[in-house]
Design a protein around this ligand. Structure first.
Ligand code: 2AM
Ligand code: CA
Length: 269
């Protein structure tokens, strides 16, 4: 994608994201219908669906040749990332949206033939927009985020993860997960993968680990983290395919290798 196309697409996507966010804020106290999906804690609301439909309508009318890959199924069924693909989570952190009415995000990643070009993570209630353009760095509300510093040890790191993975998961021994928690400075759970990626990029946490995420949870975050020098892989150290769900590790570059090898690969079930 050339710079002019990328810049125009960035400006248009930003405008739609801010508009969608303003609508959610205006309706935040309206009654919502909540349904469950894969399990009793996997929630979806009318707001998730309406917001996704807003993006589908806008994108399909302005960019009919673009594809849309999104959580609630109003987009396209894709088996490859060929072409221009918008990967969208209309509300990432739906449990936070339902229970807390804050700490959720609109996540939009735009990929060209599988390459991340543009990423947006919008913390709707705080009105904070993280963004990135390929090769041009990442921003928080228009101010450039500095590159992640290289002098960091595991013992000084804060790791984002869901506590549930310490109790039960199918991939890494719980004792290995607990050992990781013991060795780092602290852990945090924010309940929105997209925001946790944004916080890694901002340097306010140093790593985020999740045992199961979908492409729309990480599409924008991977681009934003990459632009400040962070590393995103699955827990075997391979690239996340962006077509299927997988376990994900996104990190400050100084600690990625040690978390991967000492805890995740060594601790594999
Ligand atoms: P969601 O709110 O869009 O569903 C919570 O720890 C994070 O994991 C959120 O980003 C949430 O996204 C995501 N998540 C929740 N259930 C999931 C599932 N069954 N598969 C993949 N990601 C999930
Ligand atoms: Ca969602």
């Amino acid at each position: 994608m050339n710079k002019e196309t990328r810049d125009l697409l960035f400006d248009q996507a930003k405008q739609w994201i801010l508009e969608a966010g303003a609508t959610i804020r205006r309706k935040i106290n309206d009654p919502i219908t909540i349904q469950t999906k894969s399990n009793a804690n996997d929630l979806v609301t009318t707001m998730d669906k309406e917001t996704e439909q807003f993006f589908v309508g806008k994108i399909k009318s302005k960019y009919p040749s673009h594809y849309l890959f999104s959580e609630e199924g109003f987009g396209d069924k894709l088996s490859s990332l060929e072409g221009t693909v918008w990967i969208i989570d209309p509300i990432d952190g739906t449990m936070n949206f339902v229970h807390q009415k804050r700490h959720f995000a609109i996540s939009v990643g735009i990929y060209q033939d599988g390459i991340g070009e543009i990423g947006f993570i919008y913390d709707v209630m705080a009105d904070i927009l993280y963004s990135a353009k390929k090769g041009e760095g990442a921003m928080k509300n228009g101010a450039k985020l500095p590159p992640l510093k290289t002098d960091l040890t595991l013992q000084e790191s804060i790791v984002g993860m869901n506590h549930y993975w310490l109790c039960k998961n199918n991939l890494v021994k719980e004792t290995a997960m607990q050992e990781l928690v013991k060795q780092v400075r602290g852990t945090r759970t924010y309940g929105s993968a997209a925001l946790e990626f944004a916080y890694v990029a901002e340097g306010i946490i140093d790593c985020y680990l999740a045992m199961k995420l979908s492409p729309w949870d990480i599409a924008a975050g991977k681009i934003i983290v990459h632009e400040v020098g962070g590393i995103t892989t699955n827990i075997s150290g391979n690239e996340f395919t962006m077509l299927d769900s997988d376990a994900v590790l996104t990190c400050h570059p100084a600690i990625h290798e040690s978390i991967l090898s000492e805890f995740l690969i060594k601790g594999k079930k």
